[in-house]
Design a protein around this ligand. Structure first.
Ligand SMILES: C[S@@+](CC[C@H](N)C(=O)[O-])C[C@H]1O[C@@H](n2cnc3c(N)ncnc32)[C@H](O)[C@@H]1O
Length: 328
């Protein structure tokens, strides 16, 4: 995929997600050789459209329309390239706790939760969130953070009480320990660091911004520990600090795409070597060790990600974990 193609694809995604502003900018950039050449000066790993647009915004670029941003970008090319070298996509989307919680509900003993690519650790609080799908509710009913999921039973038969969701009663195990690992952790207590999380959200995504504020406020009441380290190289050492009498659950959501292919397999092998349970919500087709899902289901539901427990697919869904279809 060329860089122009990546911007075009992001433009379509932003439009579909209700962010016409970034859709217009991404489409403009995709068709502009001089602007693409600026982005190409950044390291290969730092050219994601969302990172480029968030970085421009961080540097106080005009919000649009494209011709205004274009002339700003060409005038500030050196600053943008330098900032891209310092920044990473650290979007911390607490909505992915929805699918993760459904996988955790399959476990019935106390768990020690270890998330790789945890960013600010907002997804390390799945037990502190209130969830609802149809008539089914789970999590902490008193939580200030409420998530509504659209869950459909891919087999077409509704379970009792689930009213079409295919979910029965959902009960989460006790989380007795939690820790994250990230190449570049975001300190949830640091206002400037949280401002970067906000900058990564497309303008107009007011519900996401509101959820981020709530999630940050919740996390600040008991900040989850996020250690600096690599998902493969430093996993074993962090896992060794988990209590031995809880089931170790390693979670990855929207993170393994940032690892080169060979490293993804090393991550899976390391998790297996630890004897840990593995919960993943990652892009479909990214991991050889996640069982295949029916392509017809993926197409019918326009699914992007697959929820898996120890590599066994449980559901497919959108990138954010709000719309899920369970698999048999
Ligand atoms: C898109 S964010 C996802 C954050 C969180 N899992 C979520 O779903 O909201 C990806 C995170 O992975 C981190 N990351 C990327 N490569 C990594 C690696 N090799 N080891 C640990 N963390 C990594 C990034 O710094 C970033 O915070």
């Amino acid at each position: 995929m060329t860089l122009a193609d990546r911007f075009l694809a992001y433009s379509a995604q932003a439009a579909a997600e209700g962010s016409p502003g970034w859709a217009e900018l991404a489409a403009g950039l995709a068709a502009d050789e001089a602007a693409l050449a600026v982005v190409e000066r950044a390291p290969e790993s730092r050219r994601q459209p969302v990172l480029v647009l968030a970085t421009c915004r961080w540097l106080d670029a005009p919000p649009g329309p494209w011709p205004r941003l274009r002339s700003w970008l060409l005038d500030h090319a050196d600053a943008v390239v330098a900032e891209l070298g310092r920044r990473a996509v650290q979007t911390n989307d607490l909505r992915r706790s929805g699918p993760v919680s459904l996988a955790l509900a399959r476990l019935d003993e106390p768990v020690a939760l270890l998330e790789v690519g945890a960013s600010a650790g907002l997804c390390l609080l799945p037990d502190l969130v209130s969830y609802r799908a149809g008539d089914v509710r789970w999590g902490d009913p008193q939580s200030p953070v409420k998530l509504t999921l659209d869950v459909t039973d891919g087999r077409g038969d509704a379970a009792p009480g689930g009213a079409g969701t295919g979910l029965g009663a959902v009960e989460l195990p006790e989380v007795v320990w939690r820790a994250g690992l990230d190449l570049d952790p975001v300190d949830v207590r640091d206002d400037a660091a949280v401002a970067w999380l906000r900058a990564l959200l497309p303008p107009g995504a007011t519900e996401r911004a509101d959820l981020l504020e709530r999630a940050v406020a919740l996390a600040r009441t008991a900040p989850p520990r996020v250690a600096r380290g690599d998902a493969v190289d430093d996993l074993e050492a962090l896992a060794a600090t988990a209590p031995a009498d809880a089931r170790l659950v390693v979670v990855s959501t929207g993170t393994l795409v940032y690892l080169p292919g060979r490293r993804r397999q090393q991550f899976v092998d390391t998790v297996r070597g630890l004897g840990a349970t593995w919960v993943s919500y990652e892009r479909i087709g990214l991991l050889d060790d996640v069982g295949a899902v029916d392509p017809a289901l993926v197409e019918r539901t326009s699914a992007f990600a697959v929820l898996a427990l120890d590599g066994r697919p449980l559901a497919v869904g959108d990138a954010h974990g709000t719309r899920l279809t369970t698999v048999g």
